[in-house]
Each structure stands twice: as structure tokens, then as C-alpha cells.
Design a protein around this ligand. Structure first.
Ligand code: ATP
Ligand code: MG
Length: 215
């Protein structure tokens, strides 16, 4: 049976922690492809703390352009309202039919919050979850999650250790705002896009200024 991976996130910006983990999951689970799904309007974050969806989408496209097994979906960006994973998985399921297995890929930090996601119990009917390791989060914490969501949902989560890369978008944004280099944390294309657009620099957010350009 064909299987694909779906990796949701804010990707503000996408970095090598996301990309390397996706590559290892792709190989480890024999996936046909991994689809990155930048959140349009992350329900857990206030709009003022997140860059425009178009910037985040562009960076995801740039970062994955050289990998034939990686794709980026606009599904959450083009949908109205808050970006709920349940809606995304339903849309994927209706397009893919029942012959394709879906794995939703999250870091350990994200999976530990899964019980706060909209309609979370039904997420497990639509996809299995791959919980990738992330520095600062122990596998033991998954035990607590089992108590919260119950054994049935929990059995649909596969813990998968990946090369630990202590990279976080939050730290990258902070580095840029402090004038520090982010080289070797993100693909060059992303680093150059951040620089060109003046992203993450206070009061310097209007470098794409022509009408029709993203801001
Ligand atoms: P932020 O600091 O803004 O929250 P982030 O680095 O956590 O950004 P997200 O876009 O929030 O990136 O993450 C998308 C998904 O990728 C989440 O499931 C998250 O757990 C996972 N992830 C992010 N960074 C890593 C990493 N370095 N290693 C493993 N998983 C990661
Ligand atoms: Mg995060």
C-alpha cells in the first residue's frame, strides 16, 4: 500500500530540523512522499506573532525545491478560518481515496499537545502519527499522553528517533532580530529569502513593497 507523510507546522521559517527529520521518516517508513503543510492561521498562535502565510509558504517551497520526494501544500493557506489538522486530513483523504495510507508527522513537543487539537479523537481514524524525537523532549513523556488520550488512540502513534537537531524557528527568528547569522541552520535559499524580505527584523517588514507583492 502506498503511504505518504504529512508534516504540518508554522514553518516560520522552515529549517534543517524539519527537513532532516522528514527525510529520515520518508526512508524509515518507505513513504512515497512527504507533504509539508504550512498552517494558514495557526489556532494556537496569535496572528501578530506569525509571519504572513505567503512568506512561510514561499520558504517551504524554496527549501524543498531540490527534493523530488518533498512537496508543499497550500491547503491550509487557501482555506478560510483557523487551520485545523482534522479538516486538512479529511481533505487529503477525499483526494487520495482509501488506497493511500496517511502518516501525520510531528515532533514530540507537538504530539504531547494533541488532546488540545480540534476533534482530536477523529484524527486517529484518518491517519497514524509519527512522533519524531526532538531535543528537550523525552520519550517517557509519551507515557503521560497515553493516560490522557487512552490506549486506542495511543496505539496509532509511532515514536521514531531521528537525528537530534536542536534547531527551532523561534531561535532563528531571535537570531535574525539580533543581527546574528542563521547560516547552516536553514537552506541557503531560505536564508537569502529571509534577508531579502527583511523578515524577523522589527520595523523592517516591508521590503516586498510593490503592489501584488506579499507583505
Ligand atoms: P517555533 O519555535 O516557532 O514553534 P518550530 O521550530 O517548533 O517553530 P514548527 O513549525 O512549530 O517549528 O514545527 C513543525 C513541526 O516540526 C512540529 O511538529 C515540531 O514538533 C517539529 N519540529 C520542529 N523543529 C524540530 C526539530 N528540530 N526536530 C524535530 N522536530 C521538529
Ligand atoms: Mg513549534
Amino acid at each position: 500500500m502506498t503511504a505518504i507523510g504529512i508534516m504540518g507546522g508554522t514553518f516560520d521559517p522552515i529549517h534543517f530540523g524539519h527537513l532532516r527529520a522528514a527525510e529520515e521518516v520518508l526512508q524509515g517508513f518507505g513513504l512515497k512522499r512527504v507533504v509539508f503543510v504550512p498552517s494558514g492561521r495557526p489556532p494556537h498562535k496569535s496572528p501578530s506573532e506569525v509571519s504572513s502565510a505567503e512568506h512561510r509558504y514561499m520558504m517551504a517551497e524554496l527549501a524543498t525545491a531540490d527534493n523530488p520526494n518533498f512537496e508543499v501544500s497550500r491547503i491550509e493557506i487557501d482555506r478560510e478560518g483557523p487551520s485545523y489538522t482534522i479538516d486538512t486530513l479529511r481533505e487529503f483523504r477525499s483526494v487520495l481515496g482509501t488506497d493511500t495510507k496517511m502518516y501525520f508527522i510531528t515532533g514530540l513537543d507537538a504530539i504531547l499537545d494533541i488532546h488540545t487539537w480540534n476533534d482530536y479523537e477523529h484524527l486517529f481514524d484518518l491517519a497514524e502519527f509519527i512522533a519524531i524525537s526532538r531535543p528537550g523532549y523525552s520519550v517517557e513523556s509519551l507515557g503521560t499522553l497515553e493516560e490522557v488520550i487512552g490506549p486506542e488512540c495511543f496505539s496509532r502513534i509511532h515514536h521514531f528517533p531521528v537525528t537530534l537537531l536542536a534547531i527551532a524557528s523561534r531561535d532563528i527568528r531571535q537570531m535574525v532580530s539580533q543581527g546574528k547569522s542563521i547560516r547552516y541552520l536553514v537552506p541557503e535559499s531560505v536564508r537569502l529569502y529571509v534577508e531579502k524580505g527583511g523578515l524577523y527584523i522589527e520595523g523592517d517588514k516591508k521590503k516586498f513593497w510593490l503592489p501584488g507583492c506579499i507583505d
